[in-house]
Ligand binder design. Structure first.
Ligand code: DX5
Ligand code: ZN
Length: 217
């Protein structure tokens, strides 16, 4: 088993001192930076758009793990690519032609991730799992940081791990929402590969130390 990957979520950063927060991420053991893009349609909130993210991409030296909570995410493949993103995650619930979108992301040189809402079963991915680089399981309803972890996610992690093993897929399992040292430990035991953490990291008294602790769960 490879070492656990940590992807701090930009949504909880202090945008008044963004450079300071990103400097700390750069100096930490964080593996990626998780970026939440919202449209106020698919989710009941709006976060940040591409002009802001161009600065983030310049200031951050970690690979970008982009999570699009928007309808028709395929319209923005070029913009996500232009940021230099490593991973583009689209929601299953927003893609009528999911197979095509996955291929388009990969054709543009990015890794392809598909995200599932808490109410969406992992079984819907059985026919594309072999094509995926990652599955992102939401452990809160998407749209806001600082929400409470939904425990049913642990069962979904175990089901997904079994599906991945049976299919021979190389997909990583990433979890997003309400992740802290306590829920993170349970997720690792269930089979998670990547933990996203927003408030647990950015609201910690010592971000670098919190990331170190998560990394060693
Ligand atoms: C929620 C976002 C998350 C969010 C997680 O819709 O997808 O990435 O930043 O925040 P925490 O870790 O505070 O639950
Ligand atoms: Zn996210």
């Amino acid at each position: 088993m490879n070492k656990l990957l940590i992807s701090p979520s930009l949504l909880s950063a202090n945008f008044g001192c963004l450079k300071d927060d990103l400097d700390k991420i750069n100096r930490s053991e964080a593996d990626w930076l998780h970026i939440d893009i919202m449209d106020g349609v698919f989710v009941p909130n709006i976060s940040f758009g591409f002009p802001v993210l161009e600065y983030v991409a310049k200031l951050c030296n970690k690979p970008l793990d982009v999570h699009l909570m928007i309808v028709q995410p395929e319209k923005f493949i070029n913009e996500v690519k232009a940021l230099g993103s490593m991973m583009m995650n689209v929601h299953y619930e927003t893609c009528t032609h999911l197979h095509r979108v996955i291929q388009q992301i990969k054709d543009n040189g990015m890794k392809a991730g598909v995200t599932l809402n808490p109410a969406t079963p992992v079984s819907v991915l059985s026919d594309v799992i072999a094509d995926l680089d990652m599955v992102l399981l939401m452990s809160v309803n998407p749209g806001f940081g600082g929400q409470k972890f939904i425990p049913n996610t642990l069962k979904k992690v175990r089901q997904l791990r079994q599906m991945i093993e049976e299919s021979g897929s190389g997909a990583l399992i990433e979890i997003d929402g309400g992740v802290n040292l306590e829920t993170g430990k349970r997720l690792v035991e269930a089979g998670a590969d990547v933990l996203v953490a927003g408030s647990a990291v950015f609201k910690a008294p010592d971000m670098i130390d919190m990331i170190h602790k998560m990394k060693n769960l």
